[in-house]
Ligand binder design. Structure first.
Ligand code: F6R
Length: 242
């Protein structure tokens, strides 16, 4: 794994935004996979700024988001779709026809997961996949478990994950959906290149185990060790146990 450590979270975010902008220049038809969460907010702000400055052109890019809450309409204020509209999509020139999202409100959620896998295939696979990491080591919404699922699937969220996402639902963990749809570990590991960003001391233990620990479904991010192209963008706090 290629580990870059920055003094601050803002510096890590700026470097990652530049990394994505470079990828857009090198490969204008790039297929990106994108996370939500607190960590990527400054990266998306950086990308909006680079776009405004004329150095991040999304016009031919395709995006797939990693996950979405089940039972939530795209237009719901707590949906990941709404998050992405606010933090990235409305500030860059993505073609709306090339923005792909899991529909958490689909009548048949299993069929929705199959549809998403087929769309990723039809787009030629994911070139560059950005990740955050949960405080419990989840990536996407692949939660620690006895077994991990390879393809896009329905997942029951860990209590810690519903707590972490409460801000999207008026601060009340009880209002966070218990279920979500997420790309699977295989979907993630098939991407051409992976970039994981982590900031803050809360992530330090998981980051240390992701890099140095054994492969275990109890820490889904540990499976990133199997991929030949993984970059970690960390601030000092997240790297403090390395
Ligand atoms: C969300 C996602 C999650 C987050 C993780 C970290 O789309 O994929 O794996 O990346 O929960 O969230 P933050 O950045 O809020 O700590």
């Amino acid at each position: 794994m290629n580990v870059s450590i920055f003094d601050t979270a803002d510096e890590a975010a700026a470097a990652l935004a530049s990394r994505v902008a470079r990828a857009l220049t090198e490969r204008p038809h790039i297929v990106l996979a994108l996370p939500t969460g607190r960590t990527p907010v400054p990266t998306y702000a950086g990308l909006r700024r680079l776009h405004a400055a004329g150095t991040a052109d999304f016009s031919r890019a395709t995006t797939f988001n990693l996950d979405e809450f089940a039972g939530v309409e795209a237009s719901h204020p707590g949906s990941f779709r709404t998050f992405m509209e606010r933090h990235l999509f409305t500030g860059v020139n993505l073609n709306s026809g090339r923005i792909h999202f899991l529909n958490g409100a689909a009548a048949d959620l299993d069929a929705e997961c199959d549809r998403y896998e087929a769309e990723i295939e039809a787009a030629g696979g994911i070139d560059l996949l950005l990740l955050g990491i949960g405080g419990n080591g989840h990536i996407g919404f692949n939660e620690p478990a006895d077994e991990l699922v390879a393809r896009t699937h329905r997942v029951r969220l860990a209590d810690s994950t519903t707590r972490d996402n409460a801000a999207l639902f008026g601060g009340d963990p009880a209002r966070v959906p218990r279920e979500a749809l997420s790309m699977g570990m295989g979907t993630i590991l098939k991407a051409g290149a992976l970039v994981l960003m982590a900031t803050g001391e809360r992530k330090a233990k998981c980051i240390e185990r992701t890099i140095n620990g054994p492969l275990t479904p109890r820490l889904p991010a540990s499976f990133l060790q199997l991929h030949r192209s993984v970059e970690l963008y960390l601030d000092q706090a997240a790297a403090s146990l390395l």
